[in-house]
Design a protein around this ligand. Structure first.
Ligand SMILES: Cc1cc2nc3c(=O)[nH]c(=O)nc-3n(C[C@H](O)[C@H](O)[C@H](O)COP(=O)(O)OP(=O)(O)OC[C@H]3O[C@@H](n4cnc5c(N)ncnc54)[C@H](O)[C@@H]3O)c2cc1C
Ligand code: FES
Ligand code: FES
Length: 501
């Protein structure tokens, strides 16, 4: 326990040095070691939100932020130097014994058996803490990773609506907002202690105290790893990518001389989609964020993890392939910062779950071009077919990007996932579109072109049948999703009526 050097974790109001190994799931530390059982274990695979807790951390720009994360698939070691708030910790300083979020649940009868309730309260508390204007759509997105089996969502929605009204005047400045939430007993006073006293663990020598075993497993967000390995051994000591103090750029998004944007591989999915720099490189990318998993997962899952996991249907992987991303690969523990090798993302996948990585190597960063002149901006679309609208892995996904220069399609790239052992580029289909006339006044002509490109995509893929869909279904969906790209990108030109009369 040592607040001055920040060793350990601030658990609610107190610093603790965990006895469990740093590769243990955070949930086991909370329930078994600290004995706080308000945080529930439901699915243990990131699907239900019952295990949600708040993670407070200091960012590289000095801001402190609190986010809700699923503790069942988060590594304990990732919390070194951070503030963990469980459901018990929320009420530490409350006169009533309930926070306003809990009070809203009580008033609106938003809890029945109560098993899911701590997770919902945590998710909505994190939503209040995010410095932006409150609305019900935002509240619903905040709980898109929380399941309730008995109350029903109507009353939970009413509780969130009440919070929207009651907290409409929260300041937008991050620090003032946290202070206001402490003042109104939404957050405990330990938040102020953390704000005042915390140093950045990520860059401090204390983090170097985490010593992984030789040739250890590498974990970034853990959202794929812990689902496959839910009960690691007591001695499990992985390399936690985000705690490597000498590699701060692995957690950052940087403008590289206005030429490209470099996205550190340990950047979370949420930070990727909300980054102004990424949005500058890919206008409109933020609209696709909620197609990926849930808020809880997006708060910890990383860009590099999505690529290295090598799922044929990784959503961000399909997007990055459609955008022509380059991967910077090197040895993360090599503090000499040797030049990374650069690999086009489509060349990284060698076969089913086989990737171009040597034993000690990792993806360090992903590069996207910033060559996006206002005269001919990049047009981008992503589509995904899954059984459920939220929190589901795709049966098929695809992304397209191109520019329109002098009235012609240029720099066309089309990716597809779920149609081969690896995510793939549809090169023949892209070639068909490259250089074609794009007459935006001729909706009929554009629709005919879209039909040709869709048919080409359908014949270029050779999927297999599995639980998520038959080969024939996947082929047809690839064609339909390509049509959907055109419908989205040329909606203003009247193409939708031509394609789907
Ligand atoms: C409930 C739930 C819903 C999900 N929904 C979606 C979804 O909608 N779409 C989707 O695409 N995925 C989804 N996923 C899968 C997962 O969240 C993503 O693939 C995520 O991006 C993985 O990132 P991570 O940092 O958590 O990976 P980790 O679990 O940390 O790592 C995954 C693998 O990649 C390796 N690895 C991680 N980072 C690197 C690196 N920088 N260099 C080399 N190797 C590395 C690890 O060793 C491990 O083998 C979901 C997962 C869950 C649990
Ligand atoms: S226990 Fe279900 S998300 Fe963690
Ligand atoms: S109140 Fe019972 S599961 Fe939600």
């Amino acid at each position: 326990m040592n607040a001055k050097t920040n060793q350990g974790i601030m658990v609610n109001g107190q610093w603790r040095v965990p006895a469990l190994s740093f590769g243990s799931p955070l949930l086991d530390f909370i329930r078994k070691e600290v004995g706080l059982t308000g945080t529930k274990e439901g699915c243990r695979e990131g699907d239900c939100g019952a295990c949600a807790v708040l993670m407070g951390e200091k960012l590289s720009d000095g801001t402190i932020r609190y986010r809700a994360i699923p503790s069942c698939i988060s590594a304990l070691g990732d919390f070194e130097g951070k503030h963990l708030i469980t459901i018990e910790g929320l009420t530490a300083d409350s006169k009533e014994g309930l926070t306003p979020v809990m009070r809203a649940f009580l008033d609106e009868n938003a809890s029945q058996c109560g098993f899911c309730t701590p997770g919902f309260i945590i998710a909505l508390t994190a939503w209040l803490a995010e410095p932006r204007t409150l609305d019900i759509a935002g509240a619903i997105t905040a709980v898109d990773g929380n399941l309730c089996r008995c109350t029903g969502y109507g009353s939970i929605r009413r509780a969130a609506e009440k919070l929207c009204r009651d907290f409409a005047d929260l300041p937008l400045d991050p620090k003032k907002r946290l202070a206001a939430l402490v003042e109104r007993e939404v957050l405990p006073k330990s938040v102020l202690a953390f704000l005042d006293g915390v140093g950045s663990m990520q860059n401090s020598p204390a983090t170097a105290g985490i010593k992984p075993a030789e040739s250890a497993v590498l974990i970034a967000g853990g959202t794929d790893y812990y689902v496959r390995n839910p009960y690691p051994t007591q001695q499990f000591s992985p390399v936690l990518l985000r705690t490597l103090g000498h590699l701060s750029e692995i957690r950052e998004i940087q403008d590289q001389f206005g030429h490209h944007v470099s996205i550190g591989s340990a950047v979370t999915i949420h930070d990727f989609f909300t980054s102004k720099l990424v949005q500058q490189a890919v206008p409109g990318i933020e609209t696709y964020e909620t197609q990926f998993a849930s808020t809880l997962i997006r708060n910890i899952a990383t860009i590099g993890g999505n690529i290295a996991n090598a799922s044929p249907v990784g959503d961000v992987t399909a997007m990055l392939m459609g955008l022509g991303a380059l991967l910077c690969i090197g040895v993360p523990e090599d503090s000499s910062k040797q030049e990374a090798r650069v690999v086009p993302i489509e060349k990284f996948f060698l076969g089913y779950k086989k990737i171009d990585l040597q034993p000690q190597e990792a993806i360090l960063a992903v590069r996207l071009s910033l060559d996006n002149a206002p005269a001919h901006p990049l047009l981008f679309s992503f589509e995904k077919i899954a059984k459920r609208k939220k929190l589901d892995i795709a049966a098929v996904n695809t992304a397209i990007s191109f520019k329109i220069e002098n009235g012609h399609f240029t720099s066309v790239r089309i990716s597809a996932g779920g149609v081969a052992p690896t995510p793939i580029l549809l090169e023949k289909t892209a070639q068909l579109l490259e250089g074609k006339l794009c007459n935006r006044c001729d909706a009929k002509g554009l629709a005919e072109l879209a039909q040709q490109v869709s048919a080409a995509a359908e014949s270029e893929v050779k999927p297999i049948s599995d639980v998520r869909g038959s080969a024939d279904y996947r082929k047809r969906m690839t064609g339909r999703l390509v049509l959907a790209h055109f419908a989205r990108l040329f909606a203003k030109d009247g193409i939708t009526e031509e394609l789907f009369p």
